[in-house]
Design a protein around this ligand. Structure first.
Ligand code: G3P
Length: 219
């Protein structure tokens, strides 16, 4: 099963009091049998969105702490308690030291939280492919939020990353600068099994049409 992940980040149009209304507009768009559409929502919106939209909601981050005295943390136990079963980890905008990644994967694994671990380079993909994690997402930071997609700018890295991930039994997602159907088609042709997108959907004048056309390209 591949994923089309829409990362709502902290964009005001899709967070806080706007989060439910924003997702309402997108909920009728479905993946195909092979692709699931997921929404990575802000921590503050997880409970409300999960209650309303169920398993399509995932977290943008979590901390490797147990339940208890950890002020300001978001634990895997809290996520699972509110019905969240998946999370991004180590996004370029929320980078973590390697020891924290290891610890986070360990708690996620023992509790059943599924992780999409983000990597910025081929070197990092190679390193992460040796870890116990289901999905690796390649996002070159310099392309995030721009109009040049990862598939146009880094085709060779995607191709190599797909081989590395296939060898280790992991799915490869790619993201950054994805705006057009062709960005998705090309990523899949290069070997990715999923896509991460943010500004191309969230900041679009018609988020529903934007997501619909990206989802169609995955069919
Ligand atoms: O997690 C997805 C994200 O970082 C890509 O952002 O705005 O380039 O689609 P964007």
């Amino acid at each position: 099963m591949g994923f089309l992940v829409v990362n709502l980040k902290q964009y005001p149009v899709a967070t806080g009091k706007n989060s439910i209304g924003f997702l309402e507009k997108l909920k009728k768009i479905r993946g195909n049998g092979k692709t699931e559409i997921l929404f990575a929502v802000a921590s503050s919106d997880l409970l409300a969105c999960s209650s309303k939209f169920g398993k399509s909601i995932m977290s943008q981050h979590f901390d490797p702490v147990a339940a208890g005295p950890h002020t300001g943390s978001l634990s895997n136990e809290t996520l699972l308690n509110i019905g969240i079963k998946r999370s991004l980890l180590n996004h370029s905008e929320r980078r973590l030291p390697f020891e924290v990644i290891m610890k986070s994967l360990s708690v996620a694994h023992s509790s059943g939280l599924e992780v999409i671990l983000c990597a910025e380079s081929q070197l990092e993909i190679e390193k992460f492919s040796r870890l116990e994690v289901e999905h690796i997402a390649y996002e070159p930071p310099e392309l995030i939020g721009g109009n040049v997609s990862v598939s146009t700018a880094k085709p060779e890295i995607i191709r190599n990353a797909a081989l590395i991930c296939r060898r280790s039994g992991q799915d490869l997602l790619v993201g950054a600068g994805v705006k057009k159907e062709n960005d998705v088609t090309l990523s899949i042709e290069l070997g990715a099994s999923g896509i991460l997108v943010s500004s191309g959907v969230v900041l679009s004048s018609d988020p529903s049409a934007a997501l619909s056309s990206l989802a169609k390209a995955l069919s």
